[in-house]
Design a protein around this ligand. Sequence first.
Ligand SMILES: NC(=O)C1=CN([C@@H]2O[C@H](COP(=O)(O)OP(=O)(O)OC[C@H]3O[C@@H](n4cnc5c(N)ncnc54)[C@H](OP(=O)(O)O)[C@@H]3O)[C@@H](O)[C@H]2O)C=CC1
Ligand SMILES: O=C(O)[C@@H]1CCC=N1
Length: 271
Amino acid sequence: MQNSELAQRGLVLMGCGKMGSAMLEGWLARGLPSSSVWISDPNPSDWVKAQGTHLNAPLPPDPAVVIVAVKPQKMVEALPALRALGNGDTLFVSVAAGTTIATLEAALGERSPIVRAMPNTPAAIGQGITAIVGNAHVSGAQMDAAEALLSAVGDVVRLETEAQIDAVTGVSGSGPAYVFHLIECMAAAAEAEGLSPELALQLARATVAGAGALAVRTGEDPAQLRRNVTSPNGTTQAGLDVLMDTDTGLPPLIRRTVAAASARSRELARG
Ligand SMILES: NC(=O)C1=CN([C@@H]2O[C@H](COP(=O)(O)OP(=O)(O)OC[C@H]3O[C@@H](n4cnc5c(N)ncnc54)[C@H](OP(=O)(O)O)[C@@H]3O)[C@@H](O)[C@H]2O)C=CC1
Ligand SMILES: O=C(O)[C@@H]1CCC=N1
């Protein structure tokens, strides 16, 4: 990223909280010079302050990319500060849940190239996944640039329609929180079975991390990986009889969880 157009023209990051910081950490780790980054955030963390970026300084006149990473509720207040950069060839990438391309076009200028993206926080360690969809003014080269930028912090998938992003938000945008809660629940259950809190958390965290890594590295059907653990009439079978119950187990619970998050994304889009 050192010699890229991004490094030369600059990247503006509006909003550098949890998601903005996660992506920034990934980009800096992959060679984006901190001198090429302009951050606008009223309350930057100590970590952000220590990165050597242009922090709350006047913005460059023609940045290659502006990342919008403020909460959807802060958009109305935040976007006017970016309008002077609109309708040109600065590419805007918004990661906000539930803020539509139409809303962004209205605020930034109808001819602005805009990519709507949904990343997730594992971006901080280069293991995120981001879904992207562009408006009519995004050129092929700009779509490729957005993909390259987000590829630096994990996988990238292109969506066919903007409407798909609500489901993406419910699955992979919010999903890390579901997995962290799984770790919490497994640790609590281990404690209830008599293990110390430290050992319980160590077992739960390593099990989720190891199972995730195995699923990714082997590319094996997760159902087969599950069967590989399950001895006939053994311990796993006894556990899965509870977990996979179609009325009271994980399938209906996860279905309701993802549906609620996706519905909230659609609700935010309605304003
Ligand atoms: N967290 C996640 O896992 C994911 C988040 N997202 C999206 O990313 C966006 C940010 O979320 P998240 O990082 O969690 O939220 P945070 O609240 O952690 O970060 C938002 C940051 O923006 C700052 N901010 C508020 N107003 C302005 C402004 N006018 N100009 C510049 N900065 C401003 C906030 O400051 P202050 O705290 O003072 O208000 C805060 O530091 C949201 O739109 C969310 O939907 C998308 C995918 C995953
Ligand atoms: O909770 C939220 O609204 C944001 C979007 C996806 C993850 N965090």
